[in-house]
Design a binder for this molecule. Sequence first.
Ligand SMILES: C[S@@+](CC[C@H](N)C(=O)[O-])C[C@H]1O[C@@H](n2cnc3c(N)ncnc32)[C@H](O)[C@@H]1O
Length: 259
Amino acid sequence: MSSRASGGSIPWEMSLFRELTEGLPRQGPGSPETTLHALGLARGLPPRPRILDVGCGPGAQTIELARATGGRIVAVDIRQRFLDELTQRAGAAGVLPQVTTVNTSMLDMNFADASFDLIWSEGAIFIAGFAAGLGAWRRFLKPGGWIAVSEVTWLVPDPPAEAVAFWARNYPGMGSIERNCRIVADAGYVDPDGFVLPVQDWHNYYGPGETRVARLREKYAGDREVLATLDEVQREYDLFRAHSDSYGYVFYVMRKPGA
Ligand SMILES: C[S@@+](CC[C@H](N)C(=O)[O-])C[C@H]1O[C@@H](n2cnc3c(N)ncnc32)[C@H](O)[C@@H]1O
């Protein structure tokens, strides 16, 4: 979801953001297949790796990683409701003993240095900023450890003005693949790999979101401020339909040197 519609400083429990997101399966584009594809690019992970999942949300990818690796996952988010949803879903999936939830900000994590084999972040590193997140989280990785993040990215050099205007309002830090690859190298990572997420991964996110927006539109029919926010959320969906050739989510997978 775009940053302007993401709740801002409004207390979470009271916010429209909560109503927009509660109970939805994902909070960003993705799919089990995409999570497993990206995991496959992190070559040579040890058995039962120790994983940090940053901005885990309700944990669709957390559960997939737990199943696929047999590892132990520390799942971080600032929304307790998402962590509770993850706990419930991990229990139903039989992977709860592998998952520890931590309610803290990704901007303020204080895990031990070199304590994770893999850092994962689907659709959330934009909150720290692509360069700042990659730089700050590196110390948590063991030498040779992998980091995999998905990030909305320009796919063409001259995207349409409508898309540029929307993302300038909602994520001015959005870069191209080339720029992000330079950031990866400058942050001291090696063996970069990655791929553009399939369009279906956006529909997995937008589909349930659009149904929710339509319901809230009826509920708040007389509230112009809420309707304006819902318009902006819907605009994000419509924009992607119109311009999915120009931008998309990209998974970036790379390794800290060593070992
Ligand atoms: C776009 S969602 C992605 C969630 C999940 N990875 C997914 O793909 O479904 C971004 C997540 O980051 C969380 N978040 C926002 N600000 C945060 C912060 N400062 N620290 C940790 N998590 C944060 C939100 O609560 C939300 O769950």
